[in-house]
Design a protein around this ligand. Structure first.
Ligand code: ADP
Ligand code: MG
Length: 140
């Protein structure tokens, strides 16, 4: 499934809609796309859709950040940008993080290719222009 968005708000709306569709079910979302594609922006939308009050930020120096009250409706944000080795994220409890209730959203998912679960939901974001993005939804 492909969708073109033309603004930051439209990218956030995709995340928000996704969170709304979930109705507090468990979901892992794996995001790919270059620097500045809009992965964090989309996850901000997921946070909004889940009703999380804290502002979702780029984890930058942390690989993992958790938002919202633990349980259904929470958000676990993983950013593998600085990952050196798959072992590093495995040591942080990768499989437990993926089983965390609520949404687990992983940026730079392609860096963990060897340790992705089957049937994962992928969102690949491609820059079309300064403000336009193509978002591809795939279940692999
Ligand atoms: P990533 O996490 O993929 O590196 P970010 O979400 O942090 O990307 O940043 C996306 C950047 O692109 C922001 O600076 C934002 O202002 C800009 N931008 C412009 N148009 C869009 C759009 N349609 N969707 C998302 N971000 C956009
Ligand atoms: Mg980011």
């Amino acid at each position: 499934m492909l969708k073109t968005v033309n603004s930051i708000d439209e990218t956030m709306a995709v995340g928000k809609e996704l969170a709304g569709l979930l109705r507090r079910e468990k979901l892992n979302i794996f995001l790919t796309g270059g620097l500045g594609a809009g992965k964090t922006t989309l996850i901000k939308g997921i946070g909004e859709g889940l009703g999380i009050k804290d502002r979702v930020q780029s984890p930058s120096f942390q690989l993992v950040r958790k938002y919202g009250a633990p349980g259904p409706g929470s958000l676990t944000h993983i950013d593998l940008y600085r990952l050196k080795d798959a072992r590093e994220i495995l040591e942080l409890g990768w499989w437990d993080l993926l089983e965390e209730e609520g949404v687990t959203a992983v940026e730079w998912a392609d860096r963990a290719r060897e340790i992705l679960p089957d049937g994962a939901v992928f969102l690949s974001i491609r820059m079309l222009s300064e403000t336009s993005r193509e978002i591809e939804y795939e279940k692999k």
